[in-house]
Structures are given as C-alpha cells and as structure tokens.
Ligand binder design. Structure first.
Ligand SMILES: [Zn+2]
Length: 468
C-alpha cells in the first residue's frame, strides 16, 4: 500500500503561500512587492498583449494629454498573482482556488484552459468565493488512479501600474478509486503504547487504527462502502480482535458499518446520528455514551460527547499517548479546503451556544491529558491550540454575529451557498487556523426563537429546519 504523498507538498505550500499570495497580510505583501520589483527589470522588455490592453484602460487617464501618459515601461509593475492552495499535486477529486495580488485593489483576470489571460478574461471576485477548478468523479474508470492536470493562468491589473507578469499555476490531481485504501504507520507498537495507523480511502477520509496489546479499535470507517476494509484491518492488527467506532454518523465516516456487522465485529455508532443512514439504518450497532471506555490492553480510550457538528458527535481520548481523535466534532481543518465545524444537525443541542459549551467542557475534561488532535479529514495532526482556536472562533461568532464574517476560502457550491465564514488565524500559514462555514446562527432557544438564517447562507436545496 502506498503512503500518502501530498504531505510534503502541503507543508511546503504553507510557507510558499507567504510569498505568492500576500495581499491580505501586510507583512507578506511587502515580501511580494520586493519580489515583483526584481521581476520588473526582467519583464519590461517583453510586455504582454494583455498588458498593452490594460494601459489604455487605466481609469482616470483617458482625458490626459497624450504627452502626459506615462511610459508603461517606466511604471511600477503590478504584483504577479498567487493562489491558495499552492500549485502542486493533490490527492483530491475536486478543488477550488483563491487568487490574490500583493498590489492593493489589483483586478485579477484568469483562464482555466491554459490560454493567456487578458483584460477580457473572467475576473476573480473574492466576494463571490473561490473558483472551482476541477471536479471529476472517482470511479470514472476502472484504473486504480485517475490523474488530471489543470493549468490556471492569471494576470493582475491595477491603475497607475503596469500589468503583472502572467502567473502560470499548475495543479496535478491524483484520484484513487473506490476500493483502494492507503495507510501510514504514525506510531509503531511498543510494550507500553499502542500502534497508530492512519488509513485513507479514495475520498481522503481519515480512519485511525489504534492497535493495543490485547485489542484494536478502528475509529471511523470512511466513505467507501465497497472496498474490503475488513481484510486490511485484519492484516494490520495481526489477528488481534478489534472493534469499530464511528465518532459521528455522517456517511463519509460510517460507510463500512454494515460490512463489519456482517463479519460479526462490534460496531459503535452514536444512535442520535442513525438518521444520517436514511432508510438503510444498520441493525445491531452499539450506542457509545459519554465516559465509555475502550480497553485495548496497554491503553484505555475514553469517549466524550461533543454535540455540534452532529447531535451525536463524539471524541476519543487516549490518555496514554495524549492522542485525541475528533472525527468532524471539531471540524476538519484540511489545508486544501478549511472547513472547521459545519453545524449540520439543527436544533437546541446543536445550537452555536450549545456547541460552545460542549467545546469548553471538552477542554476541561482533556486538559493536561490530550496533546494532539487527529481530525476526520486533515492528514496532519494538530496541536491543542487548535481546540482553543475553535473555541475562540465560535465565541467570536456568538459575540459578533454576522459582523465577524470574512470571505470564505471555499466556493458556494460546497458551503451551502455561503461565500463567507468565521475564521481564526491565517489559513495559509497556520495549520491550527479555523474556518467555520455555518448555515445558521442559532437563537438560544431554537424552538421558542427559530434560528436566524444568515443572508446568502441557505441555498434552496439545503435541508429545511427543523430536521425531520
Ligand atoms: Zn461529518
């Protein structure tokens, strides 16, 4: 089985994004402008067609006498656009990017077909959200992987400055097919500590296999219901008995529930989340409760309820190692598309203030014992600061409401129509940053005071309140 190969690229992306995508961060903007000035000496000799078009279009200069029109070659150059996420190779089947320039108020034109961008090319409008640049379904053919490359070209234009150089941003997407699982051993087994293996399916959903001295526990079971996950777990546990727990009932974390039940494996799924299985509710699952323990021999994991993402959402703490497994309970800050904490079950138990209380409770319960956080979609572990940041973000949303919203990194298609989010930290450079795309702000008592719907948050296809 192949190890995930995008970790290094993602880590590198956080650093390189500083230089390429500086506009919203003044300190970074300075860096970018220095780089732009250096490029100017090289670039002035080869003015692009798009650039010539822009100079004529600069507002405010049309009425000037011809002799006063500055020589385009003498003008400072607009900073070349950058993008987030960074160009590179990603194991995903869809993506979307945001463009930026270090030059304030620069207008960025782009193409997605490899052609040269001009002033007539589409404009990137931050208010309208990120640009979807790819979507191709897994299972499109019978090969193990599908690869596709998308080249984004972008040019930044600004008044009183020469056009930027054209940025060529190359994205290579590698999509695994259903039935294909990859894994990486994050910690080898030792007499006193369990082994830890991260398993990923074609949809890049995390599963964590904790292998103790007497038993093993598979945490979440992914989106792929067809692959032979059972055989992989049997192999990785070396024949130890094992149980399965889904920390919440969403389909991308519990797809193998029935398959494991068919093999007579004990499967725990919060019963408050069973409605997420629709009309195929598996029979015979166990309902994990706050305080339940899972004895693996050399460690005992404890479950805690954190209602918010779903009404049944839970986390698991391994006090021996300090590992806190959270599935989507704290959101999942995937560097490719931050989406921490979408609240999906609307109701009193999952109101924003109830979620805040649950988070603060969790911090008290695990304080001093949890050291790192493994979420449901981020390949990288996060440190405990991430929990603090989620709490701060939710508090900010509660205190300031809509006035705390900032442009979302995700396109409206994947945020139920939202083009804004609540954020904490800089997603481009801080792995522990938080970005929440909520559908609703909740009244304290949802039944007495129906939740206020944030303008633009709800598309007509989104589920109505209350959930039936
Ligand atoms: Zn979920």
């Amino acid at each position: 089985m192949r190890k995930s190969r995008n970790l290094g690229i993602l880590a590198a992306g956080f650093v390189a994004a500083l230089v390429l995508f500086g506009q919203p961060v003044p300190a970074h903007a300075a860096t970018t402008q220095v780089a732009g000035a250096a490029q100017q000496t090289v670039g002035t000799a080869r003015s692009t067609t798009a650039g010539q078009g822009l100079t004529a279009a600069i507002p405010g200069q049309a009425g000037l006498a011809k002799t006063n029109v500055p020589d385009p070659a003498a003008l400072p150059k607009t900073a070349m656009p950058g993008a987030y996420p960074m160009p590179g190779t990603y194991e995903i089947s869809f993506s979307h990017i945001r463009l930026g320039s270090a030059t304030p108020n620069a207008v960025i034109h782009y193409t997605l077909d490899g052609s040269e961008p001009t002033k007539d090319s589409p404009v990137f409008d931050p208010a309208k959200g990120a640009i979807p640049i790819l979507e191709f379904g897994a299972g499109a053919n019978n090969t193990r992987q599908t690869e596709k490359t998308v080249v984004v070209k972008a040019i930044a234009l600004s008044a009183g400055a020469a056009p930027s150089d054209v940025a060529t941003l190359r994205y290579n997407f590698v999509v695994n097919q259903p039935g294909y699982f990859s894994y990486e051993v994050l910690r080898e087994a030792a007499p006193d500590t369990p082994a830890l293996i991260r398993i990923s399916d074609y949809a890049r959903v995390n599963m964590f296999l904790v292998v103790g001295s007497k038993r093993a526990l598979l945490i979440d079971s992914g989106l792929d219901s067809k692959g032979d996950l059972y055989s992989l777990i049997e192999k990785l546990t070396g024949g130890l008995p094992f149980d399965v727990i889904s920390l919440h009932g969403h389909g991308d974390h519990a797809a193998q529930t029935q398959n494991f039940l068919d093999k007579h494996i004990r499967v725990y799924v919060p019963h408050k989340d069973l409605s997420w299985f629709g009309d195929k509710i598996p029979q015979g699952t166990l309902d994990p409760k706050e305080g339940d323990t899972f004895d693996l021999g050399n460690t005992v994991l404890t479950a805690y309820a954190v209602p918010g993402h779903t009404v049944g959402s839970m986390v698991l703490l391994d006090p021996k190692t300090g590992d806190l497994y959270t599935s989507d309970s704290l959101g999942s800050n995937d560097p490719i598309g931050p989406n921490s904490g979408l609240l999906d079950d609307v109701g009193i138990e999952c109101s924003l203030d109830r979620y805040y209380t649950a988070l603060v409770d969790l911090r008290k319960k695990v304080n001093g014992r949890a050291k790192r956080i493994f979420t449901g979609h981020n390949p990288l572990p996060l440190d405990m600061k991430y929990l603090d940041n989620v709490i701060a973000t939710v508090k900010n949303a509660l205190d300031k409401g809509e006035s705390a919203l900032v442009p979302s990194i995700r396109p409206p298609e994947s945020t139920y129509g939202s083009t804004t989010m609540f954020a904490y930290g800089d997603y481009r450079v801080d792995p522990n940053s938080v970005a929440i795309n909520p559908k609703y702000l909740y009244a304290k008592d949802a039944e007495a005071n129906p939740p206020k719907i944030i303008k633009g948050y709800l598309n007509p296809q989104a589920r109505a309140y209350p959930k039936q």
